[in-house]
Design a protein around this ligand. Structure first.
Ligand SMILES: *Cc1c(COP(=O)(O)O)cnc(C)c1O
Length: 430
């Protein structure tokens, strides 16, 4: 299997048709629980002497196929799926960290993740230092004695900064902490963070992987590379009171984190993915390879066109010659730079709002990665709860419009934006 190319794995990995009664499509196993052979069989499952399905909060055959497929596509040793990208991030962090621990994170993050790290986790005693990720040395400089993880987005949403993952991974290795990369915007079809030193990869499956804006989901892919026995993670080496004295690292080795995500993360926090949503996401994943190529092609063409429009102050897309991330994009995203484009409306806040209010083919909503084109004005919506300095470090300015460029004909996308530009009141420019 492992010698197969991406498009083939996206269609086949994890699904042994003989095990599902010959079904060519991955079936939906819509069940909460699984019948035991007898009480001894149940006891063996509960004590991990035997692996098998117990309850869908922990695992499910449809979800498992999605897990194996994602692990294969990202080059990990295992994966666990969750009810949303946010459930993956919060459970992933809470399975690693405890009160008193510290994270070093890029300041260019999805708004929800920024709030989790900046407001909610500090209530539990887990703090974060946010750094300017354009200089990888900043990660090393922010390391404290209690630092236990680095967290970044490979392609920041919405700043679209391409990170030098290899340089940051070196800093993580020096600090002996796992390097966690949210790869949602880039997708595994364009970038595999594990190849560049990531220990843990996170996805919101809601976006390009599901791809049609119909189902929430999230995933964590474990590279299996991190040494949990380095003394900084006693929960991996000491007997677990929550699991009849199990010593994760001694018993499960490289797969320790994957199992801990299921045995503690899903058991105790409960953010399980519904099998029907797993099915919907698998339908999307099967065509990710060709979709993301077209998203990237449309986004580049639209970004180049926007650069020529008089109503536009600036355009940010990592594939543009003018982008300050072009060199990093050539290195990390040579196959395409995904479908998100941001630009500044001349005339600022009000002009940007008018554009977002006026487009018809671009839907005004808070999502990315749909086959249909989407538009939003982050400063008044997704990032409204951040103060102006926080907005600036997340790359959000008042004039910024974020587009998620869909698969429509490019001419229709241009004319939709042009019509919106024509509606900007002339006063906005004075
Ligand atoms: C949307 C998104 C998330 C959160 O995912 P949900 O599925 O909406 O919970 C996390 N990270 C990034 C980069 C995202 O775009």
């Amino acid at each position: 299997m492992s010698t197969q190319k991406f498009a083939t794995k996206a269609l086949h990995a994890g699904h042994d048709v003989k095990q599902t009664g010959g079904t060519r499509a991955v079936p939906i196993y819509q069940t909460t629980s699984y019948v035991f052979n007898d009480s001894d069989h149940a006891a063996n499952l509960f004590s991990l002497k035997e692996l098998g399905f117990i309850y869908t909060r922990l695992n499910n055959p449809t979800n498992q196929i999605l897990q194996e497929r994602l692990a294969s596509l990202e080059g990990g040793i295992g994966a666990v799926v969750f009810a949303s990208g946010t459930a993956a991030i919060s459970t992933g962090l809470l399975t690693l960290l405890k009160a008193g621990d510290h994270i070093v994170a890029s300041s260019s993050l999805y708004g929800g993740t920024y709030n989790l790290l900046n407001v909610t986790l500090p209530r539990l005693g887990i703090t974060t230092t946010f750094v300017d990720a354009s200089d990888p040395e900043n990660f090393g400089k922010a390391v404290q004695e209690n630092t236990r993880a680095f967290f970044v987005e490979s392609l920041g949403n919405p700043k679209l900064d391409v990170l030098d993952l290899e340089a940051i991974s070196k800093q993580a290795k020096k600090a002996e902490v796992p390097f966690i990369v949210d790869n949602t915007v880039a997708t595994p079809a364009l970038l595999n963070p594990i190849k560049h030193g990531a220990d843990i990869v996170i996805h919101s499956l809601t976006k390009y992987i599901g791809g049609q804006g119909n189902s929430l989901g999230g995933a964590i892919i474990d590279a299996g590379t991190f040494n949990w026995a380095n003394g900084k993670f006693p929960e991996f080496t000491e007997p677990s009171a929550g699991y009849h004295g199990l010593k994760y690292y001694e018993t499960l080795g490289a797969a320790s984190y994957t199992f801990k995500l299921i045995l503690e993360g899903l058991r105790d926090f409960g953010g399980a993915l519904s099998p029907t949503n797993a099915f919907n996401i698998i339908q999307g994943l099967e065509t990710l390879d060709i979709r993301i190529q077209k998203h990237s092609e449309n986004a580049l063409a639209l970004a180049q066109w926007l650069e020529e429009q008089e109503e536009v102050a600036w355009v940010n897309y990592p594939g543009l010659k003018s982008s300050k991330y072009k060199t990093l994009a050539n290195n990390y995203l040579p196959k395409g730079q995904s479908g998100i484009v941001t630009f500044g409306a001349k005339g600022g806040f009000e002009a940007a709002k008018t554009i977002a209010n006026t487009t018809k083919t671009f839907s005004l909503l808070a999502n990315i990665g749909d086959t249909k084109s989407l538009i939003i004005h982050p400063s008044s919506t997704t990032h409204q709860q951040l103060n102006p300095e926080e907005q600036a470090s997340a790359g959000v300015t008042e004039d910024l419009i974020r587009l998620s460029v869909g698969l429509e004909n490019i001419d229709d996308l241009k004319s939709d934006l042009k019509e919106a530009f024509n509606k900007i009141p002339k006063e906005a420019f004075v």
